[in-house]
Design a protein around this ligand. Structure first.
Ligand SMILES: [Zn+2]
Length: 304
C-alpha cells in the first residue's frame, strides 16, 4: 500500500483527466471583477448648443439611460485597465449620445466622457465594444436567463401543458406566442434559390465576419471572412444559377396545424393513458394533447 501511495502524484495542471479548478474562471469570481462605474453620470456644464455639439439638448434622463444601456453592454470591459503601449489610436472621433427613440445627439468629448465616467484614453476601446455589441444585451446575460428558467423547470416533476412553460418563461423574459405573429417558412423558400453552404466561396462554418451587399440586380453579394484581421475581400453571390435573392418569398406557416410524427404521437397517447387513465381526455389540464390528437384524427383517420 505504501508503494502505491508513492506513485500517486498530483498531475500537472491541465494534464489530468479531471479538469482543474481555475478559480479565476468561476462565474461569481468573474462577475465581481467587472467594472462598476464609480458614481453617477455627469450632466454637461459646457452649454454647447450648435449643430456639431448639442450638449445642451440633453436631459438628465437621456444621460442616465445612455449610461445604463452602455454599462449593460460593456460590463465585460474595464475602462480603467491600462491601455497597451503600442496602441496608436489618434483618430478624431465624433461623439453621440443616444437620445429619445435612439436618436443620436452629437456632443463634445467632455460631455461624452462625463456621461459615461470614462477617461479620455479609454474612450475608443470602450466605444468599439459598445458598437460591436450593437447596443444589445450581451450573450452572457441571455444565457443567464436560460439558466434561471431551467432551474425553475427542473423543480417541477410534471408539466402537462404548454401554458405552464409559458408562465415560467414570462417571469424571466419576454414571451411571444408564435400564433400571434406571422412565422415564415424560410427553409422551404430558400432551398431552390440559395446554394448549399458547403459550396459557398468561403468556409461557411468558420466565418467570423460576414458582409452582405445589395446589388442593383435584386441580388446580394456575400463576403465571408474567416479571420478578424486579414481580409479576402471576395464578394460573390450565393444564389443558384439564374436565381435572385428576391425570389425568396416564404409562405406563412399556419399556426397550430402541425401533427407530430406517428411514432411520437403513439407514445405520448400511450403515456397519457397510463398516467391519467382511460378518461384522460376529460381532464382540462390535458386539453393541449386532446386537440393534437383530434387534429391527427381528422387528417389521418387513425388514433381511436
Ligand atoms: Zn459640450
Amino acid at each position: 500500500m505504501d508503494e502505491l501511495v508513492q506513485f500517486v502524484k498530483k498531475s500537472e495542471l491541465g494534464k489530468s483527466r479531471k479538469r482543474p479548478a481555475i478559480k479565476s474562471k468561476w462565474k461569481r469570481e468573474v462577475r465581481e471583477k467587472r467594472y462598476k462605474a464609480a458614481g453617477l453620470p455627469k450632466y454637461p456644464t459646457c452649454n454647447h448648443n450648435q449643430k456639431a455639439f448639442q450638449c445642451k439638448q440633453l436631459t438628465m434622463q437621456m444621460i442616465r439611460k445612455f449610461y445604463e444601456k452602455f454599462y449593460l453592454c460593456s460590463n465585460k470591459f474595464n475602462p480603467e485597465a491600462k491601455r497597451k503601449k503600442n496602441d496608436k489610436r489618434t483618430k478624431a472621433m465624433k461623439y453621440n449620445i443616444l437620445g429619445d427613440k435612439g436618436a443620436k445627439v452629437p456632443v463634445c468629448q467632455k460631455t461624452f466622457m462625463g456621461a459615461l465616467l470614462v477617461k479620455k484614453d479609454r474612450i475608443q476601446g470602450v466605444l468599439k465594444r459598445f458598437y460591436e455589441s450593437g447596443g444589445q444585451m450581451p450573450l452572457e446575460n441571455r444565457d443567464r436567463v436560460f439558466d434561471k428558467i431551467e432551474k425553475v423547470i427542473k423543480t417541477k416533476e410534471v408539466i402537462t401543458s404548454p401554458t405552464e412553460y409559458v408562465s415560467v418563461l414570462q417571469e424571466h423574459t419576454q414571451c411571444t406566442d408564435l400564433a400571434s405573429i406571422p412565422v415564415y417558412d424560410w427553409k422551404t423558400s430558400y432551398q431552390n434559390i440559395i446554394k448549399l453552404t458547403t459550396s459557398w466561396h468561403f468556409a461557411f462554418m468558420k466565418y467570423k465576419r460576414i458582409f452582405i451587399t445589395r446589388t442593383k440586380t435584386e441580388n446580394v453579394l456575400v463576403q465571408g471572412e474567416v479571420n478578424y484581421r486579414a481580409e479576402n475581400n471576395t464578394k460573390m453571390t450565393i444564389t443558384k444559377k439564374g436565381k435572385k435573392i428576391t425570389m425568396i418569398q416564404p409562405d406563412i406557416i399556419q399556426p397550430n396545424k402541425i401533427i407530430p410524427n406517428a411514432a411520437k404521437l403513439h407514445d405520448v397517447l400511450k403515456l397519457l393513458k397510463t398516467h391519467f387513465g382511460d378518461n384522460w381526455e376529460t381532464l382540462e389540464t390535458l386539453t393541449f394533447y386532446k386537440i393534437v390528437k383530434e387534429r391527427a384524427q381528422e387528417t389521418t383517420g387513425k388514433y381511436d
